[in-house]
Design a protein around this ligand. Structure first.
Ligand code: SF4
Ligand code: SF4
Length: 279
């Protein structure tokens, strides 16, 4: 993202709109500037403000005269009066910031499978997590915090040592150079994004170990993480494996969502295997 320095009049309206606190007004120059390291290319400043196309020289003159006469000339708080924001063409590795942080821009050409994931929301038809298995979502970052890929790699590398399976359709897995070690592409490690989700699966007896690992790594990295766990209910619709385990481990949890299994199963390979083992 760029702020056209010839247009900006330093009104400061855009400072509060940036979720990463990346915009500041340089009092010496009376222009807004973007901290490139903090900016995650989310596009909020570009799209989130109304724009006017006032002449910058005119606005600066009026502001100076107003200041001299001890009153203020300020545009409406949600307006960039001179339309100073410009979205520049990005290339990898910086482009990865936009892919993961801007919900509007699509980048099919990169080969990266989106920024989001179905997680286990469709497990009733995808059968990604089977009986006696546990699916995990480990979410990194929040507005105002963000996350660097090097911090995500710290988690994926550590998890890879603990008998887990990375979800193949997840965008972070797609950026791995080696799913056995959890290594991510070296060129993106210094890039910062708004948030990301790592998805893994384990056998039920590994839950305690995995939650311990996530908690330990969370202490070492400079971001926030949130963990979701899920499993497949038995034929009566009850969870008699994961819930008691979490209770024993002292977690205070609630059942967030139950899929009823009314959809058409999309994972026919797993469905056929399940039918075979039931016979
Ligand atoms: S809102 Fe526009 S004119 Fe005002 S400081 Fe930001 S970029 Fe500059
Ligand atoms: S693109 Fe997003 S992170 Fe970057 S300056 Fe604009 S609002 Fe802030």
């Amino acid at each position: 993202m760029l702020i056209n320095q010839k247009k900006c009049v330093g009104c400061g309206n855009c400072v509060a709109i940036c979720p990463m606190g990346a915009i500041y007004v340089d009092p010496q120059k009376s222009r807004a500037t973007i901290n490139d390291d903090a900016c995650v290319e989310c596009g909020t400043c570009f799209r989130g403000m109304s724009t006017e196309t006032l002449n910058p020289t005119f606005v600066r003159t009026v502001r100076k005269v107003a200041k001299f006469l001890r009153f203020r000339f300020e545009p409406e708080p949600d307006v960039c009066p001179t339309g100073s924001f410009e979205m520049n063409e990005l290339e990898m590795p910086r482009l990865i910031r936009q892919i993961f942080s801007d919900p509007v821009v699509e980048h099919k050409s990169t080969g990266i499978k989106g920024r989001g994931t179905e997680e286990v929301k469709t497990n009733d038809v995808s059968l990604r997590v089977g009986t006696n298995e546990v699916g995990y979502t480990i979410e990194f970052g929040r507005p105002g915090v963000g996350v660097k890929f090097s911090e995500i790699q710290e988690m994926t590398r550590t998890l890879a040592q603990h008998n887990i399976t990375f979800e193949g359709n997840n965008p972070i897995t797609h950026l791995m150079t080696d799913v056995k070690t959890g290594d991510l592409r070296a060129d993106i490690l210094d890039e910062r994004i708004l948030s990301a989700i790592v998805e893994i699966k384990t056998k039920i007896d590994t839950v305690e170990e995995v939650l311990q690992v996530v908690s330990e790594v969370n202490e070492r990295i400079d971001t926030v993480t949130a963990v979701g766990v899920s499993t497949r209910c038995n034929d009566s619709g009850n969870d008699e494996t994961l819930a008691p385990l979490l209770e024993d481990l002292g977690y205070n949890f609630s059942r967030a969502k139950t899929n009823l299994g009314l959809g058409r199963v999309t994972n026919t390979i797993k469905l056929n295997k399940a039918k075979e083992s039931a016979q």
